[in-house]
Design a protein around this ligand. Structure first.
Ligand SMILES: C[S@@+](CC[C@H](N)C(=O)[O-])C[C@H]1O[C@@H](n2cnc3c(N)ncnc32)[C@H](O)[C@@H]1O
Length: 303
């Protein structure tokens, strides 16, 4: 896929955002890290990187998150694109959590901004962040060390994490699902269900699917290969299909949403499955092409 050269982001917004970003400082940081050596500490040699991930550019960056430049520019840009305020938006996921988790897995943790907030909210919990990009994990660990938070980072695929059944009380994902094809999102939800203890919770923060379906123009801004498919899908329905109960989506500042659910006890799941198939909204993934939009983080090229 060619790098987008004419998006609204590249023509108008990137030059404006650049005014607020200390690019020389980012460049110095980028040059100060031996990215290959540092990322080798995380790299899992048995991991197969899925083609949906390695074959696409994300946010106009060649090789997407498999480019260390993405890891360096992610936070400085995300703070401006996660309206109206990055911390408030991320806090909505933390606020939705009802349990007091002992073990937490943050899928697609990226540079660990939400992972760190989880550790702050639940300091006694063992917190693990998992991501497909070893470069994002280098940044994540750097941030965690800076604030002296003990978080483990694992190079892995959220579709197949390798953790045992029922290992976690809470599984989270922030800003992951608008970047994965719907079939992958559904596989990740099934994996989350497997990983949770009975009564465990899943909480997902991402773009608001209802809003995205009505705002085609937003999709012109950033290069997001799977966002149209995400917008036309229905996360509640995907959660129901994965086996979750008490599924609920809450709008967050109209352009985001938090979707949460609970892993029921086995008998409950069977009893409720008929009700689930009656009441869950249809998945409109197939409507596809004409539903688009969501201003996900976008990046300038660093490497
Ligand atoms: C938009 S970033 C979100 C990062 C972080 N959660 C946040 O809230 O800022 C999406 C992240 O998901 C990761 N990712 C995408 N697909 C994945 C998968 N199948 N398994 C694990 N991580 C994945 C990417 O490498 C990237 O770091």
């Amino acid at each position: 896929m060619a790098v987008g050269k004419d998006t609204i982001w590249e023509r108008f917004l990137q030059p404006v955002v650049r005014l607020f970003i200390d690019e020389p400082a980012l460049r110095r940081f980028y040059d100060s890290v031996d990215w290959e050596k540092e990322s080798d500490r995380f790299r899992n040699p048995t991991l197969t990187i899925p083609s949906y991930y390695s074959s696409q550019n994300f946010h106009g960056i060649q090789k997407g998150y498999l480019n260390p430049g993405a890891a360096v520019s992610y936070d400085p840009i995300t703070q401006y694109v996660l309206a109206p305020n990055e911390t408030w938006v991320r806090q909505s996921l933390i606020d939705a959590i009802r349990c007091k988790p002992k073990r937490i897995l943050d899928l697609g943790c990226g540079t660990a901004t939400t992972t760190l907030m989880l550790k702050q909210a639940f300091p006694e919990a063992e917190v693990i962040g998992l991501d497909l990009s070893p470069y994002m994990l280098v940044m994540a660990e750097h941030k965690a060390e800076k604030v002296q938070r003990n978080i483990q980072f694992k190079h892995g695929n959220a579709e197949q994490t390798g953790f045992p059944d029922g290992y976690f009380d809470l599984v989270t994902a922030s800003l992951l699902f608008h970047e994965t094809p719907p079939a992958v999102s559904q596989a990740i939800l099934k994996e989350s269900f497997r990983l949770l203890k009975t009564g465990g919770e899943v909480a997902i923060l991402d773009g608001n699917q209802k809003t995205l379906r009505q705002t085609d123009w937003l999709n012109e801004i950033f290069e997001e290969p799977y966002i149209k498919a995400y917008a036309s899908g229905n996360l509640d329905a995907w959660m129901g299909s994965a086996g979750f109960e008490a599924v609920q989506t809450t709008d967050v500042w109209l352009i985001h949403q938090v979707t949460q659910g609970v892993k029921p006890i086995a008998g409950e799941a069977t009893r409720n499955s008929a009700a689930r198939s009656r009441f869950h909204a249809p998945d409109t993934t197939d409507l596809g092409e004409d539903l688009e939009g969501f201003p996900a983080p976008a990046f300038g090229t660093m490497a």
